[in-house]
Design a protein around this ligand. Structure first.
Ligand SMILES: [Zn+2]
Length: 99
């Protein structure tokens, strides 16, 4: 939980009243993240993907496009970067449920 934005599950908030949206973790889990934390999570996932692909590249030793593509798809599935604009706002969802 964040000290800055009580509605946000992240720790990189810059605005105590910033909007939060639902960041799906897959497997039924999700986080409520503000814009700054959302960006940080995507940045983190991008780094994980790049680390994974670098490791895969180092392991391959020689060009193997099919193998690399397979690993890239796997990495993108493991650490998908989510689109803020496509994500639901939990407050809007709650209002909808109350009706
Ligand atoms: Zn936050």
């Amino acid at each position: 939980m964040s000290d800055v934005n009580p509605s946000c599950d992240g720790s990189h908030c810059v605005d105590s009243k910033g909007e939060v949206r639902i960041y799906s973790l897959g497997a039924g889990g999700n986080l409520h993240l503000c814009r700054a934390c959302w960006a940080h999570e995507n940045w983190y996932r991008k780094g994980r993907t790049q680390d994974y692909l670098k490791m895969a590249n180092d392991m391959c030793q020689r060009d193997n496009d099919d193998f690399y593509k397979k690993l890239k798809a796997e990495a993108e599935q493991n650490w998908p970067q989510l689109d803020w604009y496509a994500a639901p706002n939990p407050n809007v969802l709650n209002e909808g449920a109350a009706e």
